[in-house]
Design a protein around this ligand. Structure first.
Ligand code: THU
Length: 130
């Protein structure tokens, strides 16, 4: 399943719309029903209106009825690992658990896996509001 998720993230990276940064990112999510949802970054001529790949994938998941991130893969190129930005870590938190795996990959496959807790320690989430 992890390989399928990585393949979906790479496909989304290839389809990303990133004419300004030329930095293509893809993300794929396995939800609680076993469905895979994916998305790429979508940039905009008015730069701040661009959205990240992880956010695209989460929007696709929610639109399809998914509410839990079981695993997520993020694909991006470059020397440095393409880990989710701060805003996306918080958005992932909404639908994930501390132990949820975040797999960072590129065309060569898996590069490194993290837990959400490792990327966003002592986080604020839905539990804070009950
Ligand atoms: N980007 C993502 O899609 N996800 C991240 O977690 C980091 C950054 C995108 C945003 C922008 O389109 C491009 O990468 C360069 O920052």
């Amino acid at each position: 399943m992890r390989d399928k998720l990585i393949d979906a993230a790479i496909k989304a990276m290839d389809n990303a719309y990133a004419p300004y940064s030329n930095f293509h990112v893809g993300a794929a999510i396995l939800d609680e029903s076993g469905e895979i949802h994916y998305g790429g970054n979508v940039e905009n001529a008015a730069y701040p209106n661009g959205i990240c790949a992880e956010t695209s994938a989460m929007a696709a998941m929610v639109a399809a009825g998914g509410r839990q991130i079981v695993e997520i893969a993020v694909a991006g190129r470059g020397e440095v690992l393409c880990t989710p930005c701060g805003g996306c870590r918080q958005r992932i938190r909404e639908f994930a658990q501390p132990e949820t795996a975040i797999h960072i990959c590129d065309e060569s496959g898996l590069r490194q896996s993290f837990t959400l807790e490792a990327l966003l320690p002592a986080n604020f989430g839905p539990d804070n509001l009950v």
